[in-house]
Design a protein around this ligand. Structure first.
Ligand SMILES: O=C(O)[C@H](O)[C@H](O)COP(=O)(O)O
Ligand SMILES: [Mg+2]
Length: 297
């Protein structure tokens, strides 16, 4: 593992890698606050004709709504450069699980997840339905489960409540209903600090059921398969830039890519160097992707 520091270090990255995969939360931004130097770093890569892909476990937005966020933040991005765990989950349901068209997904999650399911022609319930977004007492005797629900899909849901968890739990106790999570990140790096992540949304169901969900997002191969279905690239000349060791860096390492860990999100330097360092090791690490500006001649 190498700590990047000199301008030559960053210039050599430009020479070595043609394809750059960027995690979003904690790398490009924290919440809606852009990390300093990101526009210049991305523009530098565009100028050098590098292929750029955005690979996020955040399932609150669809690819189209991510494109709006990029536009609002003044960052160049195309919809087909964005791969979110909401999209990967919808593709998994339609092309890997091949869920029959009459079957439905009960969603514990937000609008972005529903939008991606709709794009893939998958029926869904729950999610942002006002009837499920309530703090009213849940009465099991009054609940008529939809017999066509074939899967429960959990993503980051800032409006999670006991009604949603109870409906999801009831569905998941039925034979053959699949338990899926867009991702199981433990925490979410907001602009003002850490908040519970998507993993904290599916954890209550895993506890109640005594079984874990199948997680689709990084570091799972499903996300890499989703990317490679649209973009062919040489992993030996590709680099994954991320802020979380057990998702981004593990994802890149498993895929045979080089990896660059940045310290603008979840991971602290003490987890990378020193006696308590993680066994998941990046190829390189640096403070911020904004440091890439040193390569601007
Ligand atoms: O809890 C979550 O869903 C994650 O913390 C978050 O959204 C991760 O997004 P990423 O860092 O993969 O862009
Ligand atoms: Mg991140």
């Amino acid at each position: 593992m190498a700590r990047l520091s000199s301008a030559q270090d960053y210039k050599s990255l430009l020479d070595k890698y043609d394809t750059w995969l960027f995690d979003c939360d904690g790398v490009l931004w924290q919440g809606d606050r852009l990390v300093d130097g990101v526009p210049e770093a991305l523009n530098l890569l565009r100028t050098h004709k590098k292929r750029i892909l955005f690979v996020t476990n955040n399932a609150t937005k669809s690819r189209k709504s991510y494109k709006k966020k990029f536009d609002q933040l003044g960052l160049e991005a195309q919809v087909d450069e964005v791969f979110g765990s909401a999209y990967a989950s919808a593709v998994y349901l339609s092309t890997v699980m091949k869920m029959p068209k009459h079957k439905k997904v009960y969603v514990v999650g937000m609008k972005g997840l529903e939008e991606e399911l709709e794009e893939e022609g998958i029926q869904h319930l729950g999610g942002t339905d006002p009837a499920d977004n309530t703090l009213a007492e849940f009465h099991l005797k009054d609940f008529q489960p939809d017999p066509d629900v074939g899967a429960v899909l959990c993503g980051l849901d800032t409006s999670v409540n006991y009604t949603k968890l109870s409906k999801a739990f009831t569905y998941l106790r039925r034979p053959g209903v699949v338990f899926l999570a867009t991702n199981i990140d433990s925490t979410y790096p907001s602009a003002d600090g850490l908040l519970p992540g998507a993993g904290a949304i599916s954890a209550p169901l895993a506890c109640a059921l005594g079984r874990e969900p199948l997680s689709i997002g990084k570091p799972a191969e499903t996300m890499m398969d989703c990317i490679k279905a649209k973009h062919q690239f040489d992993p030996t000349r590709a680099i994954m830039v991320g802020d979380r060791l057990n998702t981004d860096i593990e994802f890149g390492n498993r895929g045979g890519l080089s990896t660059l860990l940045v310290l603008t999100g979840i991971t602290h330097e003490s987890e990378v160097v020193g006696p308590h360092a993680s066994t998941t090791v990046p190829t390189y690490f640096t403070n911020s992707i904004g440091d890439l500006r040193a390569a601007i001649s």
